[in-house]
Design a protein around this ligand. Structure first.
Ligand code: HEM
Length: 193
């Protein structure tokens, strides 16, 4: 039930996110692509830190360390010739969703993990259009490679077994919507930079 609620109740947010990113309407250059990854870094680095601080989350079967995207972004940026200083100097998002509880963290993770599904489409697009392969700058969007589906299924099972009341479900859904909103604001603001 919770997975259906999440999908239905964030449908609009997802569409808005695709529009904010606007990845397919024109050809990206490699340096524009690297700047986009830098913006992802500015969102994922602080949000993964925040998720890591949620008390009790480590007790759930989530395999959080395998799900971290920050190392993938680091690899991609360095293979696109960004040096450590440039990466560390990226602005970091401080307008993040409130993550004070496990259900809030799960709602946020739903958004981050779900993005690996769309990431597969983006990954193919990058290979075809600008020659970015998973081994050279494209690890973040390729994420778990062959394991995307099984990682998504595992996450879904954990969220489902944690969702034992309508109140818990409501908090998870609200946090997912907040996470999409925060992501959207971050990328909208990035366009003015
Ligand atoms: C242009 C960019 C994107 C495209 C084209 C895209 C496309 C898709 C597609 C096709 C799916 C469904 C996959 C499936 O069920 O097999 C999906 C799922 C999902 N995407 Fe995206 N996506 C994009 C960006 C994002 C971003 C940036 C986020 C999060 C920040 C995101 C979050 C999600 C979530 C949470 C789901 C799971 C929906 C569910 O509950 O089944 N997507 N996306």
């Amino acid at each position: 039930m919770i997975l259906k609620r999440l999908k239905d109740e964030t449908r609009f947010s997802h569409q808005a996110t695709e529009q904010h990113l606007d990845l397919f309407s024109r050809m990206l250059t490699k340096s524009e692509y690297a700047r986009l990854l830098g913006r992802f870094w500015g969102f994922y680095a602080p949000i993964e830190t925040k998720i890591g601080q949620v008390v009790g989350l480590e007790q759930l079967p989530l395999n959080l360390s395998a799900r971290q995207k920050k190392p993938l972004l680091w690899l991609d940026l360095t293979s696109l010739a960004w040096d450590e200083k440039t990466i560390q100097a990226q602005p970091l998002c401080d307008d993040l969703p409130v993550l004070d509880s496990i259900p809030q963290a799960l709602g946020c993770l739903y958004v981050l993990e779900g993005s690996t599904l769309g990431g597969q489409i983006i990954s193919r697009h990058l290979q075809e259009r600008i020659g970015i392969t998973p081994d050279h700058g494209g690890r973040f969007f390729a994420s778990y490679g062959q394991d995307v589906r099984s990682m998504w299924k595992g996450f879904g099972e954990t969220v489902t077994s944690y969702s034992t009341s309508p109140q818990i479900e409501d908090t998870i859904v609200d946090s997912a919507i907040e996470t999409f909103a925060s992501f959207g604001r971050w990328f909208q603001n990035g366009k003015q930079d």
